[in-house]
Design a protein around this ligand. Sequence first.
Ligand code: NI
Length: 169
Amino acid sequence: MAMRNIREDGDAILLKHSRPVTDFNRRLHTLLDDMRETLLAADGVGLAAPQVGILRRAVIVMDTNREELSPEEQIIELVNPQIVSADGEQTGQEGCLSVPGVYGIVTRPEHVVVKAQDRFGKPFTVEGTGLTARCFCHELDHLDGHLFTEIAQRILTPEELEEMNGEQE
Ligand code: NI
């Protein structure tokens, strides 16, 4: 496994549309393994392939609702994911590893059901609520070249950020 460079806002690749994965081969497995390592090192909750410069429909999301699992075990790999149903609404803070230091208020569904394939091409369905639902939506947006800053109601001010960081300590 190897760490990959996370592309940042201003890099044109983040605005591009990703192509479906057609080969569930070693190249895909290496990409997913590298994305896992990169996400864990960055202490994030989700990462999409275009964020590491690969325009393929693959994302990983941490199911943070499952606190009994280790961070590594919380990671869900989604290849060619599609949201098949969404309900409810949540409005809260959102950030992105490609937009470091910026947080905005974004409204997302409270609950989503996602259909995807695993790294071997086997189809499965997964559900997410709360932060996990937010993360599914955010990562899938990356596959169509969208960043959360486009849909944020507003971006948090430096004072709000400071307050937020204070709470984390
Ligand atoms: Ni992101």
